[in-house]
Design a protein around this ligand. Structure first.
Ligand code: HEC
Ligand code: HEC
Length: 286
């Protein structure tokens, strides 16, 4: 009897630290989850989908992607993944089985995130309810079905580099640069893409007529969008918090989801940093 209870105690000691993550890490992870706008794609809220169960259809010129289940379910979700599996997926777009992910999953932006942030984000995902909803297969046109082709794509378009602050700029500007190009991935929608679907690096944030869901996405620089040059810092902060634009209209389409799932939940300081960064190259030319 004594040996058995000793064994149970030993097992409890071994299991508890992995089963109960640090609540502070979970809280930081919840913020990163909002920052990354993960719910906009991995929760199909319009069709009553369970949180993190995926299933959102994303129509693109390459075919239709269905976002996978990233809940804590060990079979259908990512509950059985190690932190290393998760970091590799988020930064290098590689699955635990070694397959390439499509850039419809914006890992090109998430690759700027630090190890510590990705550990916290995983702790948050692990703490959320599991859904046993199986992920749906994508329906892609020939030849995009072949994941092996993505190796070439990544060689062209994936940097896999952490954020490098610019020493000539303020801490606030650098925070904004990190958010816009990294976890908040504003660049992913607000920039033109090449025919291969990669970001045109020299024209970041210049807008595109062929955004996600076939929308036209305005530029966030004064040259590409002179109207935006008239937005003041506080107009940007207000729009990111409430969804109301300078002209009094509310954002529609995917930007509405960005505000609901992401920017409305950010700290005032982070919205201010985004505004400062955008305004630094959105000044009207005369
Ligand atoms: C713009 C939509 C979009 C956003 C935003 C997004 N994802 Fe995804 N994600 C996808 C798609 C599409 C895939 C499937 C890629 C594939 O099959 O090649 C995916 C795949 C994944 C996978 C791999 C799952 C598996 O079963 O292999 C993980 C993990 C993941 N995303 C986590 C996240 C996290 C965490 C966030 C927020 C920080 C996030 N995603 C934000 C669209 C998105
Ligand atoms: C999923 C795609 C997507 C992402 C990600 C995204 N946006 Fe947008 N954004 C849009 C679309 C589409 C519009 C046009 C909305 C409309 O006119 O109703 C827009 C409009 C805007 C506008 C209004 C500009 C104007 O002149 O009307 C601002 C400002 C803006 N976005 C800022 C941001 C910032 C900052 C981020 C990152 C935190 C971001 N967006 C991320 C799709 C996106």
């Amino acid at each position: 009897m004594i040996r058995r209870s000793g064994l149970i105690l030993l097992l409890t000691l071994l299991l508890v630290p992995t089963a109960q993550a640090d609540p502070a890490a979970i809280q930081r992870g919840a913020y990163l989850f909002a920052l990354g706008g993960c719910a906009s794609c991995h929760t199909d809220a319009d069709n009553g989908g369970a949180p993190l169960a995926g299933g959102l259809a994303m129509a693109t010129p390459f075919g239709t992607f269905y976002t996978p289940n990233i809940s804590a379910d060990p079979q259908q979700g990512i509950g059985a993944w190690s932190d290393a599996d998760f970091i590799r997926a988020m930064r290098r777009g590689i699955s635990p089985e070694g397959e390439h992910y499509y850039p419809a999953f914006p890992y090109t932006a998430y690759s700027l995130m630090s190890d510590a942030e990705l550990h916290d984000l995983k702790a948050y995902l692990d703490s959320q309810p599991a859904s046993a909803e199986p992920s749906k297969p994508h329906q892609l046109n020939f030849p995009y079905r072949y994941r092996s082709l993505l190796g070439l794509w990544k060689w062209l378009y994936l940097d896999d580099r952490r954020f490098q602050p610019s020493p000539d700029q303020s801490a606030q500007w650098n925070r904004g640069a990190y958010l816009v190009n990294g976890p908040a991935h504003c660049v992913e929608c607000h920039s033109p893409r090449t025919w291969l679907g990669g970001l045109e690096r020299k024209r970041l944030l210049e807008g595109t007529p062929d955004g996600p869901e076939g929308e036209s996405v305005p530029g966030l620089t004064a040259n590409s969008n002179p109207e935006f040059g008239h937005w003041q810092d506080e107009d940007i902060r207000f729009a990111l918090e409430t969804g109301m634009m300078l002209d009094g209209d509310f954002f529609s389409g995917s930007m509405g989801k960005v505000v609901d799932n992401s920017t409305s939940q950010l700290s005032e300081a982070d919205r201010a940093a985004i505004a400062v960064y955008l305004k630094s190259f959105a000044k009207p030319s005369q």
